[in-house]
Write a protein that binds this ligand. Structure first.
Ligand code: SAH
Length: 494
């Protein structure tokens, strides 16, 4: 049977499931429809946007019967903004959807037995409050048709700014900060950057907040246009017209700790420029991450903590409360007694390494970005940790080189890792990295993943190489989006 629908057709469909991108899935006349903005349980009239041979994409034209799982989203822009995909779905159902997504990937991509998966999977760790969890916000600045300065978010897959200073996932202070900047720009006729011409001054506003310290950082990304007048004002560190007034206003905001500018004159999608000048206050803010007891109800803190410094360019997890739970789970799964040698591959600024260092004999972190490793070393020092070493390079190159060296040398105890932790980007681990891990044969492997599809693929390789899947637990780091983090523990069969 060939596709009965064509573009723009209207179809009535009951939504029975949800896809990995958060779209509703339903069947009409035996054909599968993927319907944007529909949630499981809805009956909708959908308009076909793209018809393929076996299936079609559509979007909701009219909600005929609302699902019991549908809730009123807090954000009026949730359909246009690319940030959230499932804000209209009840949060409890969002969690089951994510649990199910991980389970399905383990079964269908990893080839694990479904009963066994149900045995080893623990309940997903949700958020107490799924709003206001992000500690970082990046807003583009532009001009509207009437020539007014606007800031907001890009409408899905475009660079058109939808004006909005309120994102309910971010810190409450963001709105006031953005309004101050916009009104300062309007008052002194300061231009926003125009992507097409490469002209105009203000490109983006970055806001970061240390949730446990209350410290706030604002960084204005500006276009460093060539020109004599500008250059001389740059020497005086006057980067923005009437800068003193803006700084005085921003400094009134409770918690304001750092105001800086980042210079970016490139015509690219890379947002931050490398050159940063602090205009007011400190160059960094601090945040504290607490260790939590994941075996107890409500995951209470244990009293242990680590302090991190964050600059405008530093990588730092965006949901600090869930990050504490994620790292505490890694700590629990690593099963440390104080005698272990542990490798932390894809370590970023060393957060997991340092979190685990107190319970291990030695930790070795590996990360490809040199600046992140500098931060990791500084963070180790700041927290008085002296049993952590960090290597710059690709995990799939550093690990095999280290292993080959150690095999030639006399065994000094470091060649045999007791535990390897990996936290790769979405594409998962490189096959060479997985192969070397199998050769090094640690007792336990803890895999932290932000993409359960590549996780399942890599787990299959590790399990075929002698490991057994023991524990799996998802953690919701990004409520209202379809993303989910997963922590897995494998131990060697022998
Ligand atoms: N574990 C850290 C960071 C995880 S994000 C944390 O919890 O904060 C993944 C990290 O892997 C990024 O910092 C990225 O720069 C790094 N990375 C990407 N490819 C890599 C590779 N081939 N080898 C080592 N690190 C890599």
């Amino acid at each position: 049977m060939c596709q009965p629908y064509k573009k723009n057709d209207l179809v009535t469909v009951t939504i029975e499931d949800m896809g990995t991108g958060g779209e509703g899935i339903g069947k009409a006349n035996g054909f599968t429809l993927f319907v944007k903005d529909a949630v499981v349980g809805d009956v909708v009239e959908a308009r076909i946007t793209l018809a393929k041979k076996q299936y079609a994409y559509a979007r909701v034209e009219k909600l005929l019967k609302s699902s019991p799982h549908r809730v009123e989203p807090r954000c009026p822009h949730h359909r246009r903004c690319g940030g959230c995909q499932i804000q209209a779905l009840d949060y409890g159902i969002q969690l089951s959807y994510k649990q199910q997504k991980v389970r399905n990937h383990l079964i269908h991509i990893g080839g694990f037995d479904s009963d066994y998966v149900d045995q080893v999977m623990e309940p997903i760790v949700g958020m107490e409050d799924p709003y206001r969890y992000r500690n970082k916000a990046l807003y583009p600045v532009g001009m509207d048709r009437e020539g007014h300065v606007v800031t907001g978010f890009y409408a899905g897959r475009t660079h058109t700014i939808v004006p909005s200073t309120e994102c309910y996932l971010g810190a409450e202070e963001n709105k006031q900060i953005l309004e101050m900047i916009v009104s300062h720009m309007e008052k002194y006729h300061i231009s926003a950057y125009d992507e097409n011409t490469g002209r105009g001054l203000v490109r983006h506003v970055l806001i970061r907040k240390g949730f446990s310290t209350g410290e706030i950082m604002v960084c204005l990304v500006i276009n460093k246009e060539k020109g004599k007048k500008r250059d001389s004002s740059f020497e005086k560190k006057e980067f923005i017209p009437q800068q003193a007034q803006l700084l005085s206003a921003l400094s009134q905001i409770k918690g304001m700790t750092s105001v800086s500018v980042s210079m970016n004159s490139e015509k690219t999608n890379v947002i931050m420029g490398k050159e940063i000048h602090t205009l007011w206050g400190c160059s960094e803010i601090r945040d504290v991450i607490h260790v939590r007891d994941m075996g107890r109800e409500g995951f209470p803190t244990t009293g242990q903590e680590l302090t991190f410094s964050i600059s405008p360019l530093s990588f730092y997890q965006v949901n600090p409360i869930q990050t504490e739970k994620l790292y505490s789970l890694v700590l629990e799964y690593a099963g440390l007694t104080g005698r272990e040698v542990l490798w932390d591959l894809y370590c970023g600024i060393g957060t997991i390494s340092l979190f685990l260092a107190g319970k291990a004999r030695q930790v070795c972190g590996v990360e490809v970005i040199p600046q992140a490793i500098e931060d990791a070393r500084a963070n180790a020092q700041r927290n008085g940790i002296d049993n952590a070493v960090f290597y710059v390079g690709k995990a799939e190159e550093v690990l095999p080189a280290f292993y080959a060296d150690k095999q030639e040398e006399e065994q000094d105890g470091l060649s045999h890792p007791d535990v390897i932790v990996v936290d790769p980007p979405r594409k998962g681990c490189d096959p060479v990295c997985l192969e070397t891990m199998l050769q090094m044969c640690p007792d336990r492997i803890v895999y932290v993943s932000c993409d359960s599809a590549t996780l399942a693929r890599d787990l299959r390789i590790l399990c075929d190489g002698g490991y057994k899947l023991r524990r799996v637990r998802a953690v919701d780091q990004f409520g209202h989006t379809v993303h989910v983090e997963t922590v897995v523990m494998l131990s060697h069969k022998s």
